[in-house]
Design a protein around this ligand. Structure first.
Ligand SMILES: [Zn+2]
Length: 374
């Protein structure tokens, strides 16, 4: 068998049985004051082209979604209209941004059907931003989520370590460990560790699962395809497009994540961490986070399945059923055939008969769309 990843310069057609409702547990819709990067309409359009039916949005927009009014504005002014224009059948849920002092606001949004839970970010190194710092506040949020049947999602980069050593594994591991220690004390909590990127953090989570905690491991496709040694699934695509948070780790970490993806673990699933940035930002400052387009999620998952001999059923679990069980979405469990076409020139980004000429230069793209619609 020749790995598909090595055939980056050949056209490939694969038919694969997939789940009917593909779920992306981690999307950045942007918009608000960052529509020059991307906006909910475009992100959801790319999701639809990539075969994704449900994308879960993150609250670290500018300004962040950390009040009842911000959540309602974002939902009704940007996300709901995008759903309508794109004729999406499912509500696109989102997280609320947790802070040390905004639990009251969270208690106002827990009744809204589109709020899936609370997101924890660690204190960023510079600027304001959205973050939660005190462990008491985190504990109170966890208790509220458990009580109102919401999920806690964590971005794990412990501030102290990042300040001293940068975005090393240790920062991720420490933060995961601290939050697991808090979470085990909260009965009925559902918690997801976002973009788990290394073996040690994953092992801590597996142990917590064994101890009965309902903690999920979110894996982003890029951590299974790239590593710090330069492994790259598509050599013809410029690596500048693929800078991501957390940092890429070693081949050993990458292989470990693939083995989790392959395992029967029902608390492992995929999220793209799609994060639009304008082209000039990508070139001016390599290091901006996330997969450039969620359209790669399914093709990457299927490519991985073929190359690593992962079953169609398991691929459906990690791209749909496991998320559905964890987040409590009602999805059909029968698989359907889907044909993927990978073009010779990956710069074309041609998947599912959908053509995105420049997936990350959102502003121009959106204007073009508006012109077409006018
Ligand atoms: Zn993210």
């Amino acid at each position: 068998m020749t790995p598909i990843a090595k055939k980056a310069r050949e056209a490939i057609v694969i038919t694969f049985m997939i789940a009917q409702i593909i779920i992306d547990s981690h999307a950045h819709f942007r918009g608000r004051r960052q529509s020059y990067k991307t906006n909910p309409y475009q992100v959801l359009r790319e999701a639809r082209l990539g075969g994704i039916s449900i994308s879960i949005g993150m609250p670290n927009t500018l300004d962040p979604i950390d009040t009842f009014l911000a959540a309602e504005d974002y939902r009704h002014l940007e996300i709901a209209p995008a759903e309508k224009m794109l004729a999406l059948e499912r509500i696109q849920p989102m997280y609320f941004g947790a802070r040390d002092n905004n639990l009251k606001e969270f208690l106002k949004v827990v009744y809204l059907d589109y709020i899936i839970g609370a997101k924890f970010y660690d204190e960023p190194l510079s600027g304001g931003g959205l973050f939660i710092k005190s462990w008491e506040a985190e504990r109170d949020y966890m208790q509220a989520c458990a009580r109102f049947d919401k999920v806690v999602a964590c971005h794990n980069d412990e501030t102290k370590t990042v300040r001293a050593k940068g975005y090393v594994k240790e920062a991720e591991i420490r933060s995961v460990e601290r939050r697991l220690n808090l979470a085990v004390q909260i009965p009925n909590l559902r918690i997801v560790m976002c973009h788990v990127s290394c073996k040690e953090a994953a092992e801590l989570i597996l142990q917590a699962q064994k101890n009965g905690l309902r903690v999920a491991i979110e894996i982003c496709p890029h951590y299974m395809w790239f590593d710090s040694w330069g492994t790259h699934w598509c050599p013809s695509l410029d690596a500048v497009f693929y800078w991501c948070y957390n940092n890429l780790r070693t081949p050993e970490d990458r292989e470990f994540l693939v083995s989790l993806w392959k395992s029967g673990n029902r608390l492992v699933f995929g999220g793209t961490d799609t994060a639009g940035h304008a082209a000039w930002e990508k070139f001016a400052k390599p290091g901006l986070g996330g997969l450039p387009t969620n359209q790669h999620y399914l093709p990457l998952s299927v490519t991985l399945a073929v190359d690593y001999n992962i079953s169609q059923r398991r691929t459906a679990e990690v791209t749909s059923f496991n998320q559905a069980d964890f987040f409590k979405f009602d999805v059909p469990r029968e698989l359907v055939p889907h044909t993927f076409v990978k073009a010779v020139d990956m710069r074309m980004d041609r998947y599912n008969q959908g053509i995105i000429t420049n997936p990350w230069s959102s502003e121009l793209f959106f204007r073009e769309e508006q012109l077409l619609a006018a």
